[in-house]
Design a protein. Structure first.
Length: 99
């Protein structure tokens, strides 16, 4: 990670705001792929994919530890994000089944 050494509070806040925009864009991109995945699934049970969710959580927790970030924070963020995206994927799946 290449972190800029900010010279003021305002500059640090600007950097945070820019990162927040990127984070939201990345989450939206992730969600778009989640919606695509729905077309490859055959059932709602397959969408829930507990083993895959566990793998993702373990991977991001390990990355958090590697980056000296609280793994519990990342765990909680990902659990919430994945829960929401699973709901979105189920909705996408159900919509595709109607046609």
């Amino acid at each position: 990670m290449d972190i800029k050494n900010c010279e003021s509070l305002e500059e640090a806040r600007e950097m945070i705001d820019a990162l927040d925009e990127k984070i939201v864009e990345l989450i939206a991109e992730r969600n778009a792929y989640i919606k695509q995945i729905a077309k490859f699934k055959k059932s709602v049970e397959e969408i829930k994919a507990d083993e895959r969710i566990e793998d993702v959580i373990n991977r991001v927790r390990a990355k958090a530890i590697e980056l000296d970030l609280n793994p519990n924070l990342i765990n909680d963020l990902y659990v919430r994000m994945i829960d929401s995206m699973v709901e979105s994927e189920i909705e996408e799946f159900n919509n595709a089944q109607r046609f």
